[in-house]
Design a protein around this ligand. Sequence first.
Ligand code: OGA
Ligand code: MN
Length: 207
Amino acid sequence: MAAFFYERMSAIQEWGGGILDDLATRGYTVVKNLIPNETAVALSNEVRSGYREDDFRPAAVGRGDEKKVIPEIRSDYVQWLDPNYLSLHMQAYWDVVDSLCLLFNREFFAGLREFEAHATVYPPDSFYVKHLDQHRNTAHRIFSCILYLNTDWLPEDGGYLKIHHDTAPLDVLPEMGTFVCFRSDTIWHEVLPTHRERKSITGWLRR
Ligand code: OGA
Ligand code: MN
């Protein structure tokens, strides 16, 4: 585990410049090989079995008293992860995000304190309409981090993450191991209707 961690740390140091530049200039970044492919495949299998075992619940929107399931807004299923009880592979991913967190705190003085995340499944025909991740009246979520866990995703499978942006709009295919990080307060985005089951881990670095 330690060797893995240090190897990843040095990869992040290497790409770190690119990630920081992207976030500072465009507000988002896309990294294809943040974690080893074996780890992504193992996580994909874990998410699939949790979903089959009915450990997932319809995702809600809003927070506190305003929290509601509204399938016209989003129709995915989620399982919140407990940072104290992570599988080995999930811990490996968590460690990588923690090292990004350190980097953002050092370089952006971001004051990030924790990562919260859920495993996510979008069944066929589900979607999430255009939105921002930072909740109204609270500014806890600073950076959104998504790791996609789907083999052989084709353009006709739909389910793109559509990033709305004045100068650099982008459609991201939710392919195995692709990692996206963006500012939770400024980046409008949506999940286009998917035609295949679409798995991911979705999380937020919080202040
Ligand atoms: C979200 C979200 C995007 C995606 O869960 O808030 O926007 O590509 N997810 O899964
Ligand atoms: Mn979102």
